[in-house]
Design a protein around this ligand. Structure first.
Ligand code: LRH
Ligand code: MN
Length: 424
């Protein structure tokens, strides 16, 4: 269990010798001698980058859109097998995406060991299993929070199936997001819904094999437009504490009200040992699921800085995006590169100078120390890192110049998908 802030720093009393505090930070950050430059060495940054595995979502490779229209992309994956092929291609071109998350029933097959072997035959493994408790007509009023016990039982059965699937494909993560909520005041009793939620999660937790984690994902609204039963990190953290050590919080970077300090949520969850993983994406307005780092790269840097400072062990770094008007595979590769860029910059923060400024109350000094790292051009370092991995310096260019997109369009053609409105 990671030392809490109190154990690590205790009360930050200035009498504590600075060197002792810096040694603690230094030890955590590979800096050998606290007195010399405390920026992480190139080698140390590259070994941290090498340890950063990013999981891609099967649903990010298929045609997706909005309720207005789904614009089909030539060569977009149409089946779970093609989605795994595309995830494997992303891993081959980036060297750091060895697993793909599945969504059930979108990715359901009859023979799960065959799917596991299909993936491993292409150099990747099956990652998080996402129960889909919103795609069935029965879930109109919710799933685990539904007023009807029979629907809640059905939801638990769907979760049980996912736990079994996870065992068959060798996955150790059940990643749960609930669309559960209400649209109007009075539609349902908010306390009862919370009580049902806690009871449902308790039963699900009881189904988990010892090696499997339950990641609980929150979201402040949509599709619930009046209340959401799992609306924020606090509710998710409280429920995870109730459940036990195999339950942790999943932070989807697009699931917060405007103005939310997401990196502070990450810092607190890290300090409490409750951060289980991320669904990386970016947004300008609501849950836009755009390419991570595409709208606010400084926010992504601030989030990865908390990871660089707090340690990345045991955190599931996953992407959750839908590419409505752009190519799916190169968008996914760009997302991976954006996360690596933010992490490399975060690892280059001068910890010694930052801690000195923070403890001296040098407000601007601390801020400028962070800015210096953010403004560092890490492309040469990432180029050396990718050369070390045997992949191209610019994997997006490698995908495009390699003609992969055209080949897929030729092989697969263009599948059309109806949007919600068009099915009317
Ligand atoms: C909900 C969510 C969840 C997934 C879905 C595809 O907005 O972030 O993680 O199940 O997107
Ligand atoms: Mn998500």
């Amino acid at each position: 269990m990671r030392a809490t802030l109190r154990q690590r720093f205790g009360q930050v009393n200035t009498s504590e010798p600075l060197t002792k505090l810096l040694e603690t930070k230094a030890a955590r950050n590979f800096v050998t001698d606290a007195s010399d430059s405390s920026c992480m060495s190139d080698d140390a940054v590259r070994s941290k980058l090498a340890a950063l595995e990013i999981e891609t979502p099967s649903w990010g490779y298929g045609n997706s859109g909005t309720r207005f229209h789904v614009y089909p992309w030539p060569g977009a994956a149409r089946t779970v097998w093609e989605r795994i092929d595309d995830a494997a291609l992303v891993h081959r071109l980036t060297g750091c995406c060895p697993s793909v998350a599945l969504h059930i029933p979108w990715d359901r097959v009859d023979d799960w060991p065959a799917l596991r072997d299909y993936a491993s035959g292409r150099g990747i493994r099956i990652g998080a299993i996402n129960p889909n408790l919103f795609g069935d007509d029965a879930y109109r009023l919710g799933s685990l929070c539904h007023p009807d016990a029979r629907v809640r039982a059905q939801a638990l059965e769907d979760c049980r199936e996912c736990v079994e699937i996870a065992q068959q494909v060798g996955s150790t993560i059940i990643s749960l997001w609930l669309a559960d909520g209400t649209n109007y005041p009075g539609q349902d009793d908010l306390r009862d819904r919370h009580t049902r939620l806690a009871a449902g999660l308790e039963e699900l937790y009881g189904l988990l094999p010892p090696s499997t984690r339950l990641l609980v994902e929150y979201k402040f609204f949509e599709p619930g437009f009046y209340s959401t039963d799992l609306p924020d990190w606090g509710t998710a953290a409280m429920l995870c504490r109730h459940l036990g050590p195999q339950a942790q919080v999943l932070v989807d970077t697009g699931h917060h009200p405007q103005g939310t300090n997401v990196e502070q949520i990450v810092a607190v969850l890290l300090a409490e040992g409750l951060l289980g993983g991320f669904h990386f994406n970016n947004r300008k307005y609501a849950d836009d699921d755009l390419i991570v780092g595409s709208i606010d790269p400084f926010e992504l840097f601030r989030i990865m800085r908390e990871i660089a400072a707090g340690g990345a062990e045991n955190i599931a770094f996953m992407i959750d995006q839908s590419h409505n008007i752009e190519g799916k595979i190169d968008a996914m590769i760009q997302s991976v590169m954006n996360i690596q860029t933010a992490y490399a910059k975060a690892l280059l923060v001068d910890e010694k100078r930052l801690t000195e400024a923070q403890l001296a109350g040098d407000v601007l000094g601390g801020h400028r120390t962070l800015l210096e790292a953010f403004e560092t051009d890490v492309r040469p370092l990432l180029g050396r890192f990718r050369a070390q991995l045997g992949v191209a310096e610019d994997p997006v260019a490698a995908f495009r110049d390699g003609g992969y997109g055209d080949a897929l369009a030729r092989d697969r053609g263009t599948a059309s998908v109806e949007s919600a409105y068009e099915q009317l």
